[in-house]
Design a binder for this molecule. Structure first.
Ligand code: NAP
Length: 347
């Protein structure tokens, strides 16, 4: 198959960067030709700069590729970013200024009013914000994907918006791979639950409102639902599990809600993008599912699994949602965003 579009990866050595390399190895359109990371890695062959931690083999051509400084110039026009958020703001801004299209995982630009915070199945029309980035004097553009917890929640909530979503309460059980590598010390996480993830609850309470919001007059009107989140880190390798309760204005039966999840498609599937799962949301009927050990890789890690829908004595309904945090929650999400932009003629 022809790989016709050169791409670069900023933060190529990290947990998300490695997932980019693995997912792009077989990609029909995108060919990785450039890798950028910190001064620690600069000038080394990728195999020496990174501690490869994925089960899939490191492709030979990438292993030999040299890691460059994270500065614009030699990188191709389309650049995926898995940069640490402490540096992503400045570096991604410099790449956009210099004319690159940055498709980012980092939090830094997500809530900027002129930057799309994109889940293609949910809010593809928010790409309409891109034009207003010209006002910053950028020759390029930045598109972001949500926080790994937010994307799972937002995909589970999107089919419920038609019933008048009023209130959302969510408690998360988040995998250790969500903290990057080496992440949380084994001493802290083995046999333990850590009831604090810095900055996470604020992201989970604000990002879904932008994603589920309406694009009007070149800005996003946030969805009015009230959101409350409690986030915890648990000893799971991959997959964020979320225990969700919702209040709705209407009174759909459980069957109607399950049908809304099962039939949820978005415009994207019609376009048959390479990374789009056939089913973005799947409802599991077994009473002890979804589980990260069994369900995290559904749809090549791009499907959100939902289960255990039941009445909530406080709000209206409660359920469990699960998604792969480094695929649907990071690299896979960004690749899908870039595929959508390619199809829309924006690359
Ligand atoms: P990570 O494993 O710590 O990797 C961070 C990357 O940033 C490395 O490639 C590192 O390069 C690079 N970097 C650090 N300082 C730099 C500097 N001064 N200049 C240039 N590059 C620098 O982190 P991660 O888990 O992959 O996360 C990356 C980003 O994605 C973060 O913003 C995170 O919040 C976001 N994210 C992560 C997940 C997840 O599930 N892990 C999900 C969604 C979003 P060196 O190796 O050379 O230091």
């Amino acid at each position: 198959m022809e790989k016709s579009i050169d791409v670069g990866i900023l933060g190529a050595t990290g947990a998300v960067g490695q997932q980019f390399i693995a997912l792009l190895a077989e990609h029909p359109w995108f060919r990785v030709t450039w890798l950028g990371a910190s001064q620690r890695s600069e000038g080394k062959a990728y195999r020496d700069a990174s501690a490869w931690r994925l089960a899939s083999p490191l492709p030979d051509d990438i292993a030999r590729l040299g890691v460059d400084a994270a500065t614009p110039g030699r990188a191709p026009k389309l650049v995926f970013s898995g940069l640490d958020s402490s540096v992503a703001g400045e570096i991604e801004g410099a790449f956009a200024q210099a004319g690159h299209l940055v498709v980012s995982n980092s939090k830094n630009y997500r809530m900027e009013p002129d930057v799309p915070l994109l889940i293609p199945e949910v809010n593809a029309d928010h790409l309409g914000l891109l034009d207003s980035q010209a006002l910053r004097g950028w020759k390029g553009r930045i598109v972001t994907n949500p926080n790994c917890t937010t994307v799972v929640l937002s995909m589970a909530l999107a089919p419920l918006c038609q019933f008048g979503l009023k209130t959302v309460m969510v408690t998360t059980l988040q995998a250790i791979s969500g903290a990057g590598y080496p992440g949380v010390a084994s001493w802290d996480i083995l046999g333990n639950v850590i009831p604090f993830i810095d900055g996470e609850e604020e992201k989970v309470e604000t990002e879904p409102k932008k994603i589920l919001g309406r694009l009007r007059d070149n800005r996003v009107e946030p969805h009015p639902a009230r959101m409350s989140a409690q986030t915890t880190r648990v000893g799971v390798l991959n997959g964020h599990t979320e225990s969700v309760s919702v209040a709705l204005e209407q009174h759909p039966t459980p069957e109607v809600i399950i049908d809304a999840w099962q039939s949820f498609k978005g415009k994207l599937q019609l376009m048959e993008l390479p990374s789009a799962p056939a089913r973005p949301v799947v409802y599991l009927t077994e009473r002890n599912r979804p589980q990260p050990a069994l369900d995290v890789d559904r749809g090549r890690g791009m499907t959100v699994s939902v289960g255990r829908l039941r009445p909530c004595p406080v709000l209206d309904y409660k359920f469990i949602a699960l998604g792969h945090n480094t695929i649907r929650g990071a690299a896979g999400a960004a690749i899908l965003n870039a595929e959508l932009m390619h199809r829309e003629g924006l690359l």
